[in-house]
Ligand binder design. Structure first.
Ligand SMILES: Cc1cc2nc3c(=O)[nH]c(=O)nc-3n(C[C@H](O)[C@H](O)[C@H](O)COP(=O)(O)O)c2cc1C
Length: 443
């Protein structure tokens, strides 16, 4: 059992060894979230602690009040990495202010975007980092119970997290009266069945409760009425994985990385027609050109770059003339896309953008939970309409209908799935309209 910060330091010293940092990290990358990935053995709590792990948790228990922790997170400017970019400190503050006997912390490890594997890498490669972030959130918000929601397609993540929970509990880092602080926190894992919509906050809560993974109208927000009706903080894996570093180095340190409105780094899964595929972590504000051509090595087979798709099915396609765009929440939005959770798919000039838009729309149609009509019927109808353009069998009226239906689905769907499903279509119409017009037959 480790019962004080001094004992944690001694434990770290005892397990100290030379940790070599993996080769091949591009100078334009900056590792905060991924700093331990490939460096420590994720099965070893000893190695995590030897690298400074759980020191932030013990620091907050020893030296900081819950409101000081929240203040530090607010100073950092950390915004949720699950897609929406909501300020994490404000989310925690809302929950901390609600009076309740029972509160919950949920880690969203559903990660359903096609091509995304950032959260998976963190859960598999550095599970204790996620637990540390959640436990600090629990202390800050006066919650003593946490759940990690992981899709069952991620068996290795489940295995690593399960082992990490056992190890931390054995050392008294999770459980009752952690480090004699009076604060108790335990974590359980809940498996999802792999439905994209279950990544949406209210659907995820319904799924943990044993119900059908359907979203519900907000408000009430989870901060007031979350899991089993209790105040709940729900954050993404990467959001929690930033917390220990913020506490260790200070909120101002984190705020200094990135841009004015988007601080810190972002992990991206770089895939598609790109030479170097894989996970990268870059300071916010890095340009798309730097990501694709410097870090990614350029387009595969030396073909010409056509577009980059960011933000998964809720995102959009950004064309070549915007390659100098900085990746931050506002810039991507202004270009008709979103940051999303961090999928970046490079598209070369042999690809048809209507087919790309159709791929994402088909995904949304099959993942729509069916609860609300605009999403259930709209995404299916939009897929059918896109088929007509691909078959070069569409009419001018179809084009007008396509655009109108996109607006209707966006503005009338119940949850983020339907509200954002038209984005890939709208952004490809914006930048590649000629490819739609080429699908219209002569009348
Ligand atoms: C259809 C849909 C799927 C989502 N999937 C995920 C997901 O897999 N992981 C995630 O963290 N957030 C996902 N979100 C966003 C969550 O609803 C929520 O905003 C997020 O987990 C909050 O954490 P953050 O503030 O740390 O970003 C999804 C949202 C929608 C509408």
């Amino acid at each position: 059992m480790i019962t004080s910060i001094q004992e944690l330091r001694d434990f770290a010293q005892k397990n100290e060894r030379d940790f070599s940092v993996p080769k091949g990290i591009h100078p334009k990358e900056k590792r905060v979230v991924l700093e331990n990935i490939g460096v420590i053995n994720p099965d070893s709590i000893e190695e995590y602690i030897a690298r400074g792990g759980y020191m932030s948790l013990f620091k907050v228990l020893d030296e900081m009040t819950p409101s000081e922790v929240i203040e530090e997170v607010k100073i950092s400017g950390l915004r949720g990495r699950g897609g929406g970019g909501y300020p994490t400190g404000l989310k925690w503050e809302s929950v901390s202010k609600v009076q309740s006997e029972q509160k919950y912390i949920i880690c969203n490890g559903d990660e359903g975007d096609p091509g995304a594997f950032m959260d998976r890498a963190v859960m598999e490669g550095d599970p204790h980092r996620v637990l540390e972030g959640m436990t600090i959130a629990g202390y800050a918000c006066d919650a003593n119970k946490g759940y990690i929601y992981v899709r069952s397609e991620y068996p290795m993540a489940v295995e690593k997290l399960t082992r990490a929970i056992k190890q931390a509990s054995k050392l008294g880092i999770l459980g009752e009266n952690i480090a004699h602080s009076g604060f108790s926190f335990s974590v359980e894992i809940r498996l999802g069945a792999g439905a994209f919509v279950c990544g949406e906050a209210t659907a995820l809560v319904a799924s943990i409760e044993g119900g059908r993974g359907h979203p519900r109208q907000k408000p009430p927000h989870l901060s007031d009425h979350g899991l089993w009706g209790e105040p709940t903080v729900l954050n993404n894996v990467e959001t929690f994985a930033n917390i220990a570093a913020i506490i260790k180095n200070g909120g101002a340190w984190f705020k200094n990385i990135g841009t004015e409105t988007s601080s810190g780094t972002k992990v991206f899964a770089l895939t598609g027609h790109i030479k170097n595929t894989g996970l990268i972590e870059v300071p916010m504000g890095t340009t798309l050109r730097e990501i694709i051509f410097d870090i990614g090595g350029g387009v595969e087979n030396d073909k010409k770059f056509k577009a980059i798709q960011s933000g998964g099915p809720s995102g959009g396609c950004i064309p070549e003339h915007l390659l100098d765009l900085q990746v931050d929440y506002e810039s991507l939005k202004s270009a008709g896309s979103i940051m999303g959770s961090g999928g970046l798919i490079v598209i070369d000039n042999s690809s048809n953008m209507v087919e790309i838009a159709r791929f994402f729309m088909d995904f949304c149609a099959s993942e729509s939970c069916g609860k609300c009509t605009p999403c259930r019927v709209g995404t299916t109808e939009l897929t059918r309409l896109l088929d007509k353009f691909i078959a070069k069998n569409a009419t001018k009226k179809d084009f007008e209908l396509l655009k109108e239906m996109c607006e209707v689905v966006k503005s009338t769907s119940l949850c983020g799935l339907g509200q954002t499903a038209p984005n890939p279509v709208l952004s490809t119409i914006k930048y590649f309209e000629d490819e739609y017009l080429a699908g219209i037959k002569d009348e």
